[in-house]
Design a protein. Structure first.
Length: 389
């Protein structure tokens, strides 16, 4: 134990930002940037098509440059001059894709896209293309070797312990993760020379990206109605128009401007969200446009893409691969720390507490859906091992 004077030094020491002293131990987190070298060029491609043109047709026209439905990042509606509408403005669909190519072949990719940009409008398909080079990226994340952070963690721990006149001794616990973009290690060191009698652990969270491809479009609907209308009236009007499955999200009052001076009036604005399979995007937009023109007072816009619940439920995590990753990471950490890996104490998914001495599995499928930019989906598993001297 140490006196109040030493405790005051610890409480106000900047080194405490890196760790903490508790239960005769000091815990620190060491991290390093895991920067990868960019080796790919990233292109953003937009294809303008009539509302009646399906995604399959659009993708088929881009096959020559290596684009498939998996490259889709989103779509939206836009008002443009349409050749099939006698040169008059009309609504078109704009399909957005992302294409990556090796930097060494960037000039060839630009040449291929430029040629397609010039020839696509000439084949009577009603399609037009534009593209831009949006940046670069690494084809693979940088490897993280958390074992190299053990000396860094020990240095940090010793700096904190020294403020109390103590020594950072044996490692009591280590926690890290695999498969992520952050390379970090949280380590707990005993304050003194003894290894201690309590249980010492190595905790590894292993994760792998499953890259589920979004299969749904999320569309926001707004319906204006008189103040005397109720939700049942709006639901019935949408159903009559053939719009089913829309989810009510709220209602507000607003001012709708009509024809003539001071012709504004208060109306109710009903908000809904609608999900539709991406494969049916063109027919869904056509239905919404027809409803819009029928006088219902409907407006809509495409918010983005998402992975359906059905696809999430069908996803299976590579259990054996995650366990293998965790075992390898634990062995690497233990070897670098001069200790050994003992038996598994618990296996759990994120948010599920492991029970010491009981082995149970709770795999977790986490789907992160970022609008217009689908993000990888992750399977992860946390395994806690006993650490042996």
């Amino acid at each position: 134990m140490f006196g109040r004077g030493a405790l005051a030094v610890l409480l106000f020491s900047p080194a405490l930002l890196l760790g903490q002293l508790s239960n005769n131990s000091v815990t620190v987190t060491a991290s390093q940037s895991a920067n990868s070298t960019a080796d790919q060029a990233v292109f953003t491609i937009s294809v303008q098509a009539s509302v009646s043109t399906t995604l399959d047709t659009v993708v088929g026209s881009l096959a020559g440059v290596g684009i498939t439905a998996a490259n889709l990042t989103g779509f939206t509606t836009q008002t443009a001059v349409v050749a099939t509408n006698h040169g008059q403005p009309g609504t078109v669909l704009v399909w957005n894709f992302q294409l990556t190519a090796p930097l060494a072949k960037m000039s060839q990719t630009i040449a291929a896209l430029t040629a397609l940009e010039q020839t696509l409008p000439q084949n009577q398909s009603g399609l037009s293309l534009s593209f831009s080079l949006s940046g670069t990226q690494a084809s693979a994340p940088a490897a993280c070797n958390a074992a190299t952070l053990i000396p860094v963690a020990r240095t940090q721990a010793q700096a904190i312990a020294s403020g109390a006149g103590l020594t950072a001794g044996a490692i009591r616990a280590m926690t890290t993760q695999t498969g992520g973009s952050v390379c970090s290690l949280t380590a707990t060191f005993a304050l003194g020379l003894l290894f201690g009698q309590d249980q010492h652990t190595i905790t590894i969270t292993a994760s792998r990206s499953t890259n589920l491809q979004p299969d749904q479009a999320l569309i926001a609907l707004t319906v204006n109605s008189p103040l005397t209308s109720g939700q049942d009236d709006i639901n019935a009007a949408l159903s009559k128009a053939g719009i089913t499955g829309a989810t009510f999200t709220g209602v507000t009052s607003t001012q709708a401007v009509g024809v003539g001076v001071n012709a504004s009036q208060s109306v109710l604005q009903w908000s809904y969200t609608l999900t539709a399979p991406i494969a049916n995007a063109s027919s869904t937009v056509a239905l919404l446009l027809a409803t819009q023109q029928s006088g219902l007072g409907l407006t809509f816009f495409v918010e983005g893409l998402q992975v359906s619940q059905a696809l999430q439920n069908a996803q299976s995590c590579p259990e054996s691969g995650l366990v293998s990753d965790a075992n390898a990471a634990a062995q690497t950490l233990a070897s670098a720390a001069g200790v050994s890996v003992g038996p598994i104490l618990s296996i759990a998914g994120p948010g599920t507490a492991g029970t010491p001495g009981v082995v149970f599995a709770s795999l977790y499928v986490g789907v992160f859906s970022e609008l217009l930019t689908p993000a990888p989906n992750n399977c992860s598993l946390t395994i806690q091992y006993q650490m042996l001297p």
